[in-house]
Design a protein around this ligand. Structure first.
Ligand code: PMV
Length: 397
């Protein structure tokens, strides 16, 4: 049976949510909880895709649909697939479940389709790709509306000449998974998506996003997106995970309250318009995030925890916390190094940094939260297994 399986981690924001919308830095970490996507080839003659045993309805699965039109065009000969999605990241709770799904599905599709390389064939060098998306290639556009049948990933001229076909792990490129993940998140969210979730879910570890290049971290790439409010540019960096991080844990507490990100973001925007002086609060969150990054780089987790707690106070001041989140943060405080809401707020999750994960988790659960425990900085997207690859081979030209 032809099958491929890939997984990607969820994420949690340590510093800088909301302020990042105004250009300040924000830091997110990959958590242990993952989404696993598996693809199986359907019997020949079947046209209908299936998802978890049901007929796939494109409007209900915009991420999968957008990936299909980029990597799996029927007119180019791509066969119908059955998709299974599993995982332990709760959906719609700000923990990046949709980005993890998109990134893992990108890896599966690329492994199963393979990649044509042009003359000189080196899989690791994007200049040798005859097809694919990369922040290093400017002659393909992953964000543009794609016409079914046209191959948007194909490079022009001699570059697009397919000389060697590779598949499976060799064909996977993490940057491509992150880029595809960002593009399909933007499509599914009406043109607005920061690359935070897609980058962390693809690369794993710790990622810092900012308007400008931040020194002392490893700059990875620039992402630009044409949003309904105009062009936006982000600098994406990675922060090395310190070895002695092994004795500190994140405990994530889910308040169970549903609060859409768009409403929370609009609330902060309205507060800034009403009183532009409040931009100082945004700048203060930026300063706290920078201090948090310095502490992370030094492996000083006491200071990381303090910065998290200060960040929470600022978010409370902005009006994006709620009774339930404050309650969970308070419950976590005595046994942890620091605690704050994580993500858009108004509901969703909080996160505590602790050396006593069991104790902190119990305290949060007693206060009514559902908890997940994770180490800091986990592995990014990876192929878990495959057989019978490639599922198909697009024409070489
Ligand atoms: O709740 P999440 O994980 O979608 O995080 C939202 C983070 C915000 O800063 C509030 C919005 C954004 O686009 O960065």
């Amino acid at each position: 049976m032809a099958k491929v399986e890939a997984s990607a981690p969820g994420k949690c924001i340590l510093f800088g949510e909301h302020a990042v919308v105004f250009g300040q830095p924000a830091v997110a970490v990959a958590i242990e909880q993952r989404i696993t996507v598996s693809l199986e080839l359907l019997e020949e003659g079947t046209d209908e895709w299936r998802i978890d045993g049901m007929k796939l309805i494109p409007s209900k699965h915009p991420h999968v649909q957008a990936l299909r039109s980029r990597l799996w065009q029927k007119k180019a000969g791509a066969p119908a697939l059955s998709i299974h999605i599993n995982g332990d990241i709760p959906p719609a709770s700000g923990l990046g479940s949709s980005a993890a799904l998109s990134v893992a599905a990108s890896a599966c599709l690329r492994a199963a389709r393979g990649r044509w390389l042009s003359e000189g064939g080196e899989a690791t060098e994007t200049k040798h790709w005859a097809e694919g998306f990369s922040s290093q290639l400017t002659d393909t556009d992953v964000y543009s509306d794609v016409i079914e049948g046209k191959d948007p990933a194909r490079r022009a001229g001699n570059n697009g000449q397919g000389d060697l076909h590779i598949w499976g792990n060799q064909a996977i490129d993490v940057d491509e998974c992150a880029l595809l993940g960002h593009a399909v998140e933007a499509i599914a969210q009406g043109g607005r998506a920061s690359p935070m979730d897609s980058s962390v879910c693809a690369h794993g570890g710790i990622v810092l996003l900012s308007n400008e290049v931040v020194k002392e971290t490893d700059w990875a790439y620039t992402r630009t997106l044409n949003t309904p409010e105009g062009d936006r540019t982000w600098q994406v960096h990675t922060i090395p995970v310190m070895a002695d991080e092994q004795d500190v844990y994140l405990v994530i507490g889910n308040s169970g309250v549903h609060a859409p990100t768009s409403i929370q973001v609009a609330k902060v925007a309205a507060a800034m318009t009403e009183n532009p002086q409040r931009m100082r609060e945004i700048e203060t969150i930026g300063l706290i995030a920078r201090r948090g990054v310095e502490a992370l780089l030094k492996g000083d987790f006491e200071a990381v925890g303090r910065a998290m707690s200060e960040n929470h106070l600022m978010l409370r001041g902005l009006g994006v916390s709620c009774f339930e989140l404050d309650n969970l943060v308070r419950a976590a405080a005595p046994s942890s190094l620091g605690a704050k809401l994580t993500g858009a707020g108004g509901g969703g999750c909080m996160v505590a940094l602790t050396r006593n994960p069991k104790q902190t988790s119990e305290a949060i659960e007693l206060a009514g939260g559902r908890t997940l425990i994770s180490k800091i900085g986990n592995a990014g997207v990876r192929i878990e297994g495959h057989e019978g690859l490639p599922f198909w081979k697009p024409s070489s030209k």
